[in-house]
Design a protein around this ligand. Structure first.
Ligand code: GDP
Length: 362
């Protein structure tokens, strides 16, 4: 799926770079362009693609300091500059746009949903969000910001693919120490997903294409992406168990949003040497995903790759009702209630996360 990335804020820019580098390293060519947008000049300095500094009149290149309302305002005033940078990048063959941001900060948290809304008005291709949820040890400002951003981002984007910063953390590793490895895990998952949707000439019809990714995400709301890999035997028949076990691990322990298993739709992609992918195994794994997600819309396909491993990707669409998300929303609500000073000038937090509001995400 040929895509253009727009990283908003510090985490957004870093993750966009990681995705660009992964795509280049693997030689996939699915990432067709990238732009980074920020209010902080220093965060744009090391990025190897076009950058746009917004809000110079308000914050003079120093960032919005975690104020996501200011992040949203600045994006609103300077949208035109971002759109100009995209001119000529979103071209006829572009199949999707990804707006990438950390939800807990200021620029990305406030700016990404605003930019997404503008992009949807202009472009016909799906505009997806790739959003990072703060880990549970991050401060209350991050939780509150992310709670508010999540809601608007999910509403504006065609689907919001969420990554929990606690998802890929090793024991004893702080969130900051873990950034590099988390970013790598995310780039690998998203990079493989985009590449799997590329047409591969001369191979069987069981390969995945972009429309299957788009259809899996069609119900909107929140999405999650799981991954696991194992060593493969040369003979497909011997890999049935490997496909089953990587599928289970991808969904149950390798997901970007752990514990999100109830889904509206899913796409199971088995990557590996074409001769090593067992048809029977893929079908069995697909049925298992159906049972586990409670969805009758589980698509399945191959991603032929030259590798001595079998890797499984599970994309889930419509996972808003997952336990992990509810835990996070509760955390955001608690953090907002504790934030006595801020609470006085904000809307009633209790109102924000009623079930009706959650339904609005759908
Ligand atoms: P902004 O520049 O104002 O948009 O703020 P940030 O992008 O720094 O957003 C802060 C949030 O993003 C926090 O929840 C951080 O934990 C998270 N974050 C910052 N940098 C990274 C990163 O490189 N990787 C990941 N996974 N999360 C990050």
């Amino acid at each position: 799926m040929k895509s253009v990335l727009i990283g908003v804020g510090q985490a957004g820019g870093k993750l966009a770079r990681e995705l660009v580098e992964y795509d280049e390293r693997m030689g996939f060519g699915s990432v067709r362009g990238a732009v980074a947008v920020n209010t902080a000049k220093t965060d744009l300095q090391d990025l190897p693609f076009e950058t746009v500094l917004i809000g110079q009149d308000r914050v003079k290149g120093h960032g919005v300091g975690g104020d996501n309302e200011l992040g949203a305002e600045v994006m609103q005033s300077d949208t035109q500059e971002v759109l100009s940078a995209l001119d000529g990048r979103v071209v006829a063959g572009t199949e999707s746009i990804f707006v990438v941001a950390g939800l807990g900060g200021g620029t990305g948290s406030g700016g990404a949903p605003v930019l997404t809304r503008e992009l949807k008005r202009i472009y016909d291709v799906p505009v997806y969000g790739l959003g990072i949820l703060p880990g549970k040890d991050e401060g209350s400002m991050y939780q509150v910001n992310a709670g508010r951003s999540l809601k608007t981002f999910a509403r504006e984007a065609d689907s919001l693919l969420l990554v929990d910063n606690d998802a890929f953390r090793s024991v004893g590793e702080s969130v900051t120490e873990g950034y590099d490895s988390i970013n790598h895990e995310i780039a690998q998952r998203v990079g493989l997903l985009l590449a799997s949707g590329e047409a591969v000439e001369g191979v069987a019809e069981s390969v995945v294409d972009s429309s299957e990714i788009i259809n899996t995400l069609r119900s909107g709301g929140i999405a999650a992406l799981g991954y696991a890999s194992a060593e493969a035997a040369p003979d497909a028949e011997e890999n049935i168990n490997a496909v089953m076990s990587t599928t289970r691990r991808a969904l149950l322990t390798g997901s970007s949003l752990p514990d999100a298993t109830d889904a509206d739709a899913a796409l199971l992609i088995v990557a590996g040497d074409q001769d090593a992918i067992p048809r029977k195994g893929v079908e069995r794994a697909r049925r298992w995903v159906e049972e586990e997600t409670g969805s009758l819309q589980v698509r399945g396909g191959d991603f032929p790759l030259s590798s001595d491993r079998i890797a499984t990707l599970v994309l889930l669409g419509g996972v808003e009702r997952s336990e992990r998300l509810e835990t996070f929303l509760q955390r955001a609500k608690d953090a907002q209630e504790e934030d006595v000073e801020g609470a006085a000038e904000r809307t009633d937090p209790a109102e924000q996360w009623t079930n009706d509001e959650l339904d609005d995400l759908l």
